[in-house]
Design a protein around this ligand. Structure first.
Ligand code: NAD
Ligand code: DAU
Length: 352
């Protein structure tokens, strides 16, 4: 199986490529524009393998995408390339519309033209669209997102992802294009760009900087270790039913404050501060995110019952591994933070 992975230099894309090259027979073509969030160092452990190729390409570039389909003749696309950070989408939505909507449209059209030829040759092809639970909006105290939950995206990021999901669905309905879509909850683990909650907490604590908690820290997210997501994506792509969507989640609902406090406790045990009794003293409540979704929680019973996927990592074990990884890889963190990100507070609605 030759798979084009878009966004393979990002957090989840790089975990997926490491999984594909180590655990399956697939060969991989990594198509990535290398935005501030893309870093090829995340693939150092596998990029020397014979089944790996890299193309620095923007998915909005139709000619370049046509060349890639022509040159590599893939049997599948796993589409992860996106602008992914909610706070950045509040400050500057334009790039989210460009990559997540126009980029997905351009990729779909390039892939559809390629598929016409593939079909004529009697070959198999499949397009996996990787999306988020944020398309469903926010939950109150009860309930879970199922595949039947209505779309109600609240941020520019989630609206752009919802729009891309609709494009993918329409390409299946109208053209019979062979798609499958996944909607996953919050991922955490090694190689996550230090703008998302968990790496921000770890790195701020280690630097003795305030740990910013938005609002009162009562918002709830449903956490999944990134390697479990990578395995789920492969399962959905190879075994999911065409035209279906699958929710992916780890049954780990936590308030942000719980997550932050747990990380501080792990750091207190692994690398006690020389000046503080506990890293918890750095926790600082700051202005809330505009339009902040209150709660996400996934009903993952469809993928569990239909495809037999279950997460391997508990939140405790996954968080221990993640903190340990950031402690051991601070050089990576320093190197990925280029000029476009200096740790300033994003997401208060300024323009960028
Ligand atoms: P990320 O921001 O870490 O990585 C995104 C990657 O896409 C980067 O390597 C970047 O260079 C690349 N990219 C961006 N624009 C591009 C373009 N126009 N052309 C080609 N490449 C481009 O994102 P992530 O957290 O790894 O998320 C990957 C996907 O998974 C996204 O589609 C996101 O919506 C989805 N998702 C993320 C989470 C999460 O918790 N992080 C959860 C569910 C779904
Ligand atoms: O649910 C899936 C989504 O999870 C993905 O689609 C997104 O790509 C991914 O970025 C993530 O979105 P969130 O907005 O939930 O993740 P983030 O890490 O930005 O924030 C997690 C929670 O922590 C959220 O309630 C906001 C809060 N937060 C975040 C940061 C960066 C803080 O309190 N302080 C912070 O410094």
């Amino acid at each position: 199986m030759r798979i084009v992975v878009t966004g393979g230099a990002g957090f989840i894309g790089s975990a997926l490529i490491r999984f594909l090259l180590r655990e399956t027979d697939a060969t991989v073509v990594n198509v990535d524009k290398l935005t501030y969030a893309g870093n090829l160092e995340s693939l150092d452990s596998v990029s020397g393998l014979p089944g790996y190729s890299f193309e620095q390409v923007d998915i909005c570039d139709a000619d370049a995408m046509a060349r890639i389909f022509h040159d590599y003749q893939p049997s599948a696309v796993m589409h992860l390339a996106a602008e992914s950070h909610v706070d950045r989408s509040i400050d500057g939505p334009a790039q989210f519309i460009e990559t997540n909507l126009v980029g997905t449209y351009t990729l779909l059209e390039s892939a559809r033209k390629y598929w016409d030829a593939v079909k004529a040759d009697g070959r198999q092809f499949r397009f996996l669209h990787v999306s988020t639970d944020e398309v469903y909006g926010t939950l109150g105290e009860d309930g879970l997102f199922t595949e039947e939950t209505n779309y109600k995206p609240n941020s520019p990021y989630s609206a752009s992802k919802a729009g891309s999901d609709h494009l993918v669905r329409a390409w299946h309905h109208t053209y019979g294009f062979p798609v499958v879509t996944s909607n996953c909850s919050n991922n955490y683990g090694p190689y996550q760009f230090p703008e998302k909650l968990i790496p921000v907490v770890i790195l701020n604590a280690l630097a003795g900087r305030p740990i910013p908690v938005y609002g009162e820290g009562k918002n709830i997210r449903d956490w999944l270790y990134v390697d479990d997501h990578a395995r789920a994506l492969y399962t959905v792509m190879t075994e999911g039913r065409e035209g279906e969507t699958y929710n992916i989640g780890g049954h780990n609902e936590k308030t942000n404050l719980e997550v932050v406090q747990t990380i501080c406790e792990i750091l207190d045990a692994m690398t006690p501060s020389e000046t503080l009794d506990s890293y918890k003293s750095l926790i600082t409540f700051v202005a809330d995110r505009p339009g902040h979704d209150q709660r996400y929680a996934i009903d993952a019973s469809k993928i569990e019952h239909e495809l037999g996927w279950v997460p391997a990592e508990s939140f405790d074990s996954g968080l221990q591994k993640t903190v340990r990884w950031y402690l051991d890889n601070q050089d990576w963190c320093n190197r990925v933070v280029d000029g476009s990100y200096r740790g300033e507070r994003l997401g208060l609605g300024g323009t960028s």
